[in-house]
Each structure stands twice: as structure tokens, then as C-alpha cells.
Ligand binder design. Structure first.
Ligand code: ACM
Length: 263
């Protein structure tokens, strides 16, 4: 299975230009599953909830979902993208997984970061694993990395691959995702953005280094820190079904869940 990561620097609010760039970057490259950044078509730093609402869309009817389904149909692939999702009175920092026939899965960020708390509603659906061919894919978004329960829950629910759209501004996530892979024996695919946004009186610089990490913790792809581009790696998702560390150790079977609960 060929896994692709897309690394861009969206023009704030210009969905058409940002779609075009992704189409151009991926035009000559084949992947079975593309992972794109968090809020990949709008940019990250919304001024307020009203702006988020204006840029948000419904799933599956909105233009981003419909574009991504078309993208998958033209390339016979699946794809994950981060977007602002509007649902009734709510606006979520969300991700969707689509295939050629429609939306396969969705996720709403559970662990909102910093100013996101004044812009978005916290996610309200559980971590879920979705089929992509014979592979099993889970979704989490950016700051979820800081909560090991996110990747652990997805792994315990059967994920072989964790697709992780991101807009990272703090160091260490790329290292932490190696650990998430090692802890859970899953592939972790972090699609991050680059560039700088000056909005709401703040200046945010995004760290790039989108990466694909194997179920054994090996970094298979590491994008540059400040360039737009794509990278593709061939993996065998079934490698993530092997939770053995030694003949005597199994990452799932050796858990002592009875002792983990808070007293
Ligand atoms: C982040 O969660 N976008 C840092």
C-alpha cells in the first residue's frame, strides 16, 4: 500500500488556490492513501468563531468533501484532509476520510489547542477505525499527539495506520509520533504544514517535517522543514498486526489495564 503525505502552506481563506496546489503537487504521483494537513484548504488561525463558521462546511455535502471525493475518484485512491466542519450550531476542527464513492469516515478533534478553544467546539465522536481496502485506518488531529490515549485507543480498536493531519507549532511532535508508533506498533502518518501566519495579533510558524513512521518506529519519510511537496512510501499495513516485542512480550497482551485506572 502506497501512503502519501502532502505538505503545503495554505493561502488563508483561499480554498480554490489551496485545492489547486494540492492537485498540482499530487498530479504525477500515485498513492493509495493521501494524508493532507489540518485545516488544509483554509489556513489555521481563525480570528474568531464567526470566521470559523464562515469558512466551515458540512460533511459530506460541503465543497471540500465533494472535491476530495472527486480527487479520489480521479486517482482511484483514498484521502484524509483536515477541515472546519459545521454541524447545526457547532463548528468542529475535523478530518474526513474519503474514497472514490464518498465519505468513509470522519473525526472531530477531541483535544483542542490554545486559541482553538475559543473558535471550535470540542469533538464529540469516539475514535473510530475505518477500512481502506484491506487496511484499517484511524484518524487523530495534531495536538492529539500530546495525549497518548488517542493513538492507544485507535490501536486497541484495531488501527494499523494512524492518519494525523497537523498544523504543528511546537517542537517534539515528530519525536513523539515515533514513540506512538513504538508503543502501539502502528504506522503513524503526520501531514504537517509549513509557513507563517500573521493573524489575530499573533505570528505562528509551522514546523513542516511531515513524516511516515513504521510500526517498528522507523522514520520512513521525513519532509523538509520549510518546503511544499509530497512524499510517498510503500508499506505493508499487516505489519501492524504483530504486537510482539520479544518471544515473551506483546504490546496489547501484556497491558495491565486493571492497574492503570485513576484511584
Ligand atoms: C495544533 O493542534 N494545531 C497545534
Amino acid at each position: 500500500m502506497r501512503i502519501g503525505i502532502v505538505q503545503t502552506s495554505p493561502v488563508f481563506g483561499n480554498k480554490a488556490a489551496n485545492r489547486k496546489e494540492i492537485e498540482e503537487l499530487t498530479a504525477e504521483v500515485r498513492a493509495d492513501l493521501w494524508v493532507m494537513p489540518e485545516l488544509a484548504l483554509t489556513g489555521y488561525e481563525y480570528l474568531d468563531r464567526e470566521e470559523a463558521r464562515t469558512l466551515s462546511e458540512e460533511v459530506p455535502g460541503g465543497e471540500t468533501c465533494q472535491w476530495l471525493i472527486q480527487f479520489c475518484a480521479e486517482r482511484n485512491c483514498h484521502a484524509v484532509i483536515g477541515l472546519a466542519e459545521r454541524s447545526h450550531m457547532h463548528v468542529f476542527n475535523a478530518a474526513v476520510l474519503t474514497g472514490p464513492e464518498g465519505v468513509v469516515g470522519q473525526y472531530r478533534k477531541l483535544h483542542l489547542f490554545d486559541h482553538e478553544k475559543k473558535v471550535f467546539d470540542p469533538g464529540n465522536i469516539p475514535f473510530t477505525v475505518f477500512p481502506v481496502g484491506s487496511a484499517r485506518v484511524g484518524l487523530m488531529i495534531c495536538f492529539d499527539w500530546r495525549f497518548p490515549e488517542a493513538a492507544r485507543t485507535l490501536a486497541l480498536r484495531g488501527a494499523q495506520i494512524i492518519a494525523h493531519p497537523s498544523n504543528l507549532v511546537m517542537p517534539y511532535c515528530q519525536h513523539a509520533m515515533v514513540t506512538r508508533s513504538l508503543e502501539n506498533a502502528v504506522f503513524c502518518v503526520t501531514a504537517n504544514r509549513v509557513g507563517t501566519e500573521r493573524r489575530a495579533g499573533r505570528c505562528l510558524t509551522f514546523t513542516g517535517h511531515s513524516q511516515i513512521v513504521s510500526s517498528k518506529g522507523t522514520v520512513l519519510a521525513d519532509a523538509p522543514g520549510n518546503e511544499h511537496g509530497v512524499a510517498v512510501v510503500e508499506i505493508d499495513p499487516s505489519a501492524a498486526d504483530n504486537k510482539r516485542v520479544t518471544m515473551w512480550n506483546d504490546l496489547v497482551g501484556d497491558r495491565r489495564a486493571d492497574f492503570y485506572e485513576k484511584n
